[in-house]
Design a protein around this ligand. Structure first.
Ligand code: VG1
Ligand code: CO
Length: 546
């Protein structure tokens, strides 16, 4: 290998479809396998970043099909584009929150995460790439727009002609003037977790005779993280972490920690012999699902309970400044914020909108209904962090999950909540449905006994930098506080996915024990009717209910 490697300039032509969605660019694997597809996007990122020469980048992914090849491609392009140093996880592995942690800890310029998150993997599945900025968080809209614009005019990309770096072992590799360091993907992240939580208390809980837990890594990236932290450092019995080996196709599963896709785990937390605690994470480790014996914690409630109990957690006690939630997330967190006298911010869907609030110290905790919770410790949502937070609460209170949930509802009221997803529907039909819903005259109408008092398309002005974002979902609010939200997914890769978010508030403790589908039945029916789901999509029931 020559030391001063001259970049190779490769001619290319633009692809028209490289617009990043809610969380990066996601496409079916064959789309990414087209010659130059990945290279064009990566070069568009470099071309959109001023002053990247000589800087440090972090690169890693969730282990899915194409992860390692894509990592090698990015390393060569980083060298050709004059990056000084690249930190890459061993075997190309890094969870999304670990990338965020590393960027912050080592003051890197930014990083690439190779993941399509909860979308299935393998040769027939999806692949994705997202760029994170120097605060460790997802590129803001302004930058993703610049990248998209660059991708539409690109005519060349830069690479170096070099053998692959050995990613299987820790150590250094030089690509021209660029130092590539293959690092332990877990160590820095595990140290950060240890600095936030009461590991002694959690360890005592996990070693308590009779306490039984399971963490399902779904053959995705959190396996090595959970094994190191839960089993090795905290002493959970061997085998507490299941499906712990990351596989390129996630073992054929759908690495989405919800009631549908983590069905085995859900079953183990049901019935007489239910485990005490169950949790799962998604492909790239930023989502989480929390379960107790015969208890499911909705992500919206999880955010509220995390905020309400911050006094129990060493890294957060006495320093809560505010809470932020995405618009479709339930108002449970707002009630806690009001009770604590701190602000609650309502942002568009996607973690990129939390970054400015976290950087400005306006929010300590953030959450999304889509199994995402996190805090100012990094700038991404963080699955294992949420699991450790819940274990910390359990260790300090020694109460079952179900009791913590019921006590929270008694104190603050319960926001019954559900999300219905209609997947892979015809894209034109979905657009028409949203357009008609937007222009319908709903305000003042009576729907199933409720008066509509709000009907708009959510728009947001970032309170820190003033950036505006419109068209973020149609809200239909009722006089009694109930709410319907309709929006189209920005992470799917085939057709359109319609998400309907349904909620209502229940203050009376004696009426807080219903199944959400029952408690929300009339609102679910109203949502189907005003959107004309059946006539427009041909569907009678959603594909996924959470
Ligand atoms: C979904 C979720 C959103 C989340 C996003 C990325 O987006 O609804 O809350 O931020 O996925 O999460 P959409 O546009 O499909 O509704 V992840 O874990 O996939 O990076
Ligand atoms: Co994810």
């Amino acid at each position: 290998m020559s030391e001063n490697r001259v970049p190779t300039v490769v001619s290319t032509v633009p692809f028209e479809d490289q617009k990043p969605g809610t969380s990066g660019l996601r496409k079916a694997v064959p789309v990414f396998q087209q010659p130059h597809y990945l290279e064009n996007f990566v070069q568009s990122v470099f071309d959109s970043l001023p002053d990247h020469a000589g800087q440090t980048l972090v690169v890693g992914g969730d282990g899915r099909f194409l992860n390692v090849e894509a990592t090698q491609t990015i390393l060569r392009m980083a060298a050709a584009n004059g990056i000084g140093r690249v930190l890459v996880g061993r075997s190309g592995l890094l969870s999304t929150p670990a990338v965020s942690c590393l960027i912050r800890k080592y003051k890197a310029y930014g990083g690439f995460v190779l993941s399509a998150s909860h979308n299935p993997g393998g040769a027939e599945g999806d692949f994705g790439i997202k760029y994170n900025i120097g605060n460790g968080g997802p590129a803001p809209e302004s930058l993703t727009e610049t990248i998209f614009a660059a991708s539409k005019t690109i005519s060349r990309f830069l690479t170096v002609d070099a053998p692959h770096c050995d990613l299987a072992h820790l150590g250094d590799c030089r690509l021209g003037n660029t130092a590539v360091q293959v690092i332990d993907p877990v160590a820095d992240y595990a140290a950060l977790m240890e600095s936030l939580f009461d590991f002694d208390a959690i360890s005592a809980l996990l070693k308590t005779p009779g306490f039984r837990m399971r963490f399902d890594a779904m053959h995705a990236v959190t396996g090595p993280y959970a094994t190191e932290i839960l089993e090795k450092r905290l002493g959970a019995p061997a085998g507490s972490v299941v499906n712990a080996v990351p596989l390129p196709d996630f073992g054929g599963g759908h690495p989405d920690p919800n009631l549908t896709h983590a069905a085995d785990l859900v079953a183990a937390l049901r019935g007489k012999d239910a485990l005490d605690f169950g949790a799962a994470s998604d492909g790239d480790g930023d989502r989480n699902m929390i379960l107790g014996a015969n208890a499911f914690v909705t992500p919206s409630d999880s955010l509220a309970i995390i905020a309400a109990n911050s006094g129990l957690v060493p890294g957060y006690a006495g320093r809560l400044t505010g809470i932020a939630r995405s618009m479709p997330t339930s108002r449970a967190a707002d009630r806690v914020a009001a009770a604590l006298g701190v602000p609650c911010f309502e942002t568009p869907t996607g973690w990129k909108f939390f970054g400015t609030l976290l950087d400005a110290g306006k929010a300590t905790f953030c959450g999304e209904e889509s199994f995402g919770t996190g805090s100012d410790h990094v700038r991404e949502k963080d699955g294992l962090w949420a699991v450790l937070y819940w274990l910390n609460i359990l260790a300090k209170t020694r109460k079952p999950v179900g009791e913590i949930l019921a006590a929270h509802w008694r104190a603050h009221g319960r926001d019954y909540y559900t999300r219905h997803d209609y997947e892979a529907i015809d894209a034109d039909a979905a657009q028409a449905l949203m357009r008609d819903l937007r222009s319908a005259h709903l305000t003042g109408r009576n729907l199933g006994g409720r008066e509509v008092t709000l009907h708009d398309d959510f728009a947001y002005t970032d309170p820190v930098n003033g950036e505006k974002t419109a068209g973020q979902g149609i809200r239909v609010g009722f006089a009694d506080g109930a709410r319907l939200v309709f929006r189209l997914s920005g992470t799917g890769t085939s057709g359109a996915t319609l998400r309907i978010y349904i909620e209502r508030f229940e203050a009376a403790p004696e009426r807080q024990g219903l199944d959400p589908q029952t408690a929300l039945a009339d609102l679910i029916a109203a949502a189907k009717e005003i959107a004309g789901i059946e006539s427009r999509t041909g569907r009678t029931a959603p594909d996924v209910i959470t």
